[in-house]
Ligand binder design. Structure first.
Ligand code: AMP
Ligand code: ZN
Length: 120
């Protein structure tokens, strides 16, 4: 499991040690395209600070989570998803999480050309 910040793949992307196709970056969050897109547009949004998942978060993370989720719409619109999109957060083994650094999947099809399926 990529729990420690030295080996965590998303921490390494945040530090620029692994390349990514960047969508957006500010002081607190980074957004980049998923390497294995499941939709025509599929990007990930991560807090720069390592949090494992939402089981690792509480109200002390309210500002950071507000910043993360409060930025989703702006980035979705920027990537052509102004007509709508899906947001997915996988948490833990039973939640299908593969990378153990909190991330928000933003998936959709510009103009709604491809109808998103609900199955994961
Ligand atoms: P999850 O199952 O929610 O943990 O999803 C992890 C996601 O990270 C998958 O959709 C992967 O395709 C994606 N991913 C893994 N490594 C990279 C990478 N180096 N750059 C971009 N996306 C990645
Ligand atoms: Zn990390």
């Amino acid at each position: 499991m990529s729990g420690d910040i030295h080996s965590c793949i998303f921490c390494r992307i945040v530090r620029g040690e692994i390349p990514s196709r960047k969508v957006y970056e500010d002081e607190h969050i980074l957004a980049f395209h998923d390497i294995n897109p499941a939709s025509p547009v599929h990007f990930l949004m991560v807090p720069k600070r390592h949090l494992v998942n939402l089981l690792d978060a509480d109200l002390s993370h309210q500002a950071l989570l507000g910043h993360l989720f409060g930025s989703v719409g702006k980035l979705a619109r920027q990537e052509g998803l102004g007509d709508g999109f899906r947001v997915i957060v996988n948490n833990g083994k039973s939640g299908g999480q593969e990378v153990y650094h909190l991330h928000v999947h933003v998936r959709g099809s510009p103009g709604g050309a491809v109808r998103e399926t609900v199955a994961e």
